[in-house]
Design a binder for this molecule. Sequence first.
Ligand SMILES: Nc1nc2c(ncn2[C@@H]2O[C@H](COP(=O)(O)OP(=O)(O)OP(=O)(O)O)[C@@H](O)[C@H]2O)c(=O)[nH]1
Ligand SMILES: [Mg+2]
Length: 218
Amino acid sequence: MMKVQVVQNVLKANDAVAAANRRILGEAKLLALNLMSSPGSGKTTLLEKTIPMLGSACPSAVLVGDLQTTRDAERLSSIATDVVQINTGTGCHLSATQVAEALTGLDLGRLGFLFIENVGNMVCPADFDLGEHRKVVLLSVPEGDDKVAKYYTLFQRADIILLTKVELLSVLDFRIDRVQDDLAKLNTRAPFIQLSAKTGQGMDQWITWLHQQRAAVR
Ligand SMILES: Nc1nc2c(ncn2[C@@H]2O[C@H](COP(=O)(O)OP(=O)(O)OP(=O)(O)O)[C@@H](O)[C@H]2O)c(=O)[nH]1
Ligand SMILES: [Mg+2]
């Protein structure tokens, strides 16, 4: 009983900070996105390709969460206007408080997009609202076509689902219809885009969605 109480308190405290973040991000009139997926499914690579395609009128900042190292921040440093690396130590997800702290160092008014690359993990990030406007969930082809039903909470909450590394479909046994059947039971609201950062397939569709969502929150 006590344990349940503690967990609920942690989530409640996180939600309060997330609500404050959402107010701040709303006033800044930017679009804030929380990118979630397992390690290595292509979040940083997607941002490396996406940010230059958004146009100079829409500067982007990135908050990137990893247990350790500044490797992802270094990859993005010459691409994004601002990059903040958040090291969680042993933490398996970003919290609203970590995002709030990172936001204090940014000039939000000049930004068009704020990308928050969560810690690579398919379970924990799903439970922690950061105050983002949209949740972006990636699944890469090498991970296998059975993941949607297994890690359902993440996919249920997604506002868009990106199937990444699709140029590998020809060399791996991956059935897209299996993914689509599972999504039909869990989340029919989120668009499903087949994408390859390597070949550029699906990138235009993703960029169009980003601009549409930004217009919607403004
Ligand atoms: N073939 C192929 N490889 C890709 C694609 N996108 C990313 N990769 C590769 O996948 C590996 C992991 O990509 P990252 O972008 O670092 O993945 P991540 O999700 O940011 O990983 P974490 O930050 O550790 O969670 C790298 O070797 C990328 O080059 C793609 O579209 N096709
Ligand atoms: Mg990364």
